[in-house]
Design a protein around this ligand. Structure first.
Ligand SMILES: Nc1ncnc2c1ncn2[C@@H]1O[C@H](COP(=O)(O)OP(=O)(O)O)[C@@H](O)[C@H]1O
Ligand SMILES: [Mg+2]
Length: 394
């Protein structure tokens, strides 16, 4: 364990101030900071060594929810196991609330872990214990009195909405209820940090939503900082404030969820977000799409909306201002937090002058525009000249 070398004699309790974390991260005192963290699993039993993480820099701000998304094998679980000390980094430093924990020994980590709750994809409940006794387990281990356990577990059962399941065994609970027990157990020691490893991946979409809402409430009402990892973009979109995209052990993109999802800079991120933010041309129009304009053709454009412009009736305003007939072929408007965003596919007159004016106007409004091709004007949607009146736009 190379990290142990760095433990100075002045830090026998295992906690030193972090020296290598950037100044701004220390001032804000991020809940979790990783600075230049790498993890290599040693070769064993004929299996080659695995470099699971490379040069990870990540700060989870106090009281926020940060999601790490990436494909299977990207290093997500390794990342989370480094944060709760189940694995030790090969390189770099890790700090919790500004305290360097890189070099903690096992007893130091046992103390530290009381401030860290963890929930898992497969819940990891003890089948021989009731919901109450599963939640009570970490309190029993911590030596909390029977009376105090009774009070705390009763409150936790109420918080996660399982008061009536108090004496049920895991086999008598649904997946969502089991995860609620898992969450209550994770919160039993009143942690400041909650780590979630694919916590909703085994649940159906409705149950996922209700568990995510519960996590959001825990974050907002109890002020618990959450680091969650997932391979599902809806999870990120639903509750995260910030997101980091991880691929092959490296963070390839990170930032506020709204920015990353509406303006992905990396192709992998773009592929991840396609499903939630993008809209596709209906198949019959896609089949009719041509790459070059032809007489009386309509230009097909995909317009990306993000932020204030998503709320304005851009298309109708454009039609009125330019006197052009612009028709919506497909669209999707959504929101991340309170901020709207979306995608529209429209058909606009395809002649050079009209198309030039349309594109210029969309660029002036700061909207992202992609030209998909040209289609013939269908009978129900004749291409009109600019002098005709505009009446049927959105
Ligand atoms: N204990 C381990 N020993 C050796 N290799 C491991 C161990 N845990 C994970 N790995 C390897 O590290 C890489 C990242 O794994 P993991 O962190 O589990 O990814 P994810 O959670 O994103 O699917 C994979 O190649 C995996 O096989
Ligand atoms: Mg994993």
């Amino acid at each position: 364990m190379t990290a142990a070398v760095a433990l100075s004699s002045a830090s026998l309790d295992g906690a030193t101030k972090l020296a290598s974390v950037p100044q701004d991260a220390r001032r804000e005192e991020a809940a979790i900071t990783l600075a230049g963290v790498g993890k290599t699993y040693a070769a064993r039993d004929g299996a080659a060594e695995v470099s699971a993480l490379h040069d990870i820099h990540l700060a989870v701000p106090r009281g926020r929810i940060l999601g790490v998304i990436g494909p299977s094998g990207a290093g997500k679980s390794t990342l989370i196991r480094l944060v709760n000390g189940l694995e030790r980094p090969t390189r770099g430093r890790i700090a919790l609330f500004g305290r360097d924990v890189t070099a903690l020994d096992e007893s130091g980590w046992r103390r530290e872990r009381r401030r860290i709750g963890m929930i898992f994809q497969h819940f990891n409940l003890l089948s021989s214990r009731t919901a109450f006794d599963n939640i009570a387990l970490p309190l029993e281990i911590a030596g909390v009195s029977r009376g105090e356990i009774e009070t705390r577990v009763t409150k936790l059962l109420e918080l996660v909405g399982l008061t009536d399941k108090r004496l049920r065994y895991p086999a008598e609970l649904s997946g969502g209820q089991k995860q609620r027990v898992g969450i209550a157990r994770a919160l039993a020691t009143e942690p400041a940090i909650l780590l979630c490893d694919e916590a909703t991946s085994a649940l159906d979409p409705d149950t996922t939503r209700s568990i995510l809402q519960l996590l959001k409430r825990i974050n907002r009402e109890l002020g618990v900082t959450i680091l969650l990892i997932t391979h599902e973009i809806p999870v990120i979109k639903e509750i995260c404030d910030e997101v980091a995209v991880i691929e092959d052990g490296r963070i390839i993109e990170a930032g506020p969820v709204f920015d990353v999802l509406t303006r992905p800079a990396h192709a992998t991120t773009a592929r991840f977000v396609e499903g939630v933010t993008s809209v596709e041309l209906p198949a019959h129009l896609r089949a009719a799409l041509r790459s070059e304009p032809f007489p009386a053709s309509l230009a097909v454009l995909r317009i990306g909306f993000a932020g204030p412009h998503a709320a304005t009736p851009v298309i109708s305003r454009l039609s009125t201002t330019l006197g052009l007939d612009i028709n919506i072929l497909a669209g999707r408007i959504d929101a991340i937090g309170e901020q709207p965003f979306g995608s529209l596919i429209v058909a606009a007159p395809g002649d050079i002058a009209s198309l030039g004016a349309t594109l210029a106007a969309l660029h002036v409004l700061g909207l992202r525009v992609e030209q998909l091709g040209f289609i013939a004007a269908p009978p129900a949607m004749p291409a009109r000249s600019p002098c005709e009146e505009v009446s049927d736009v959105a």
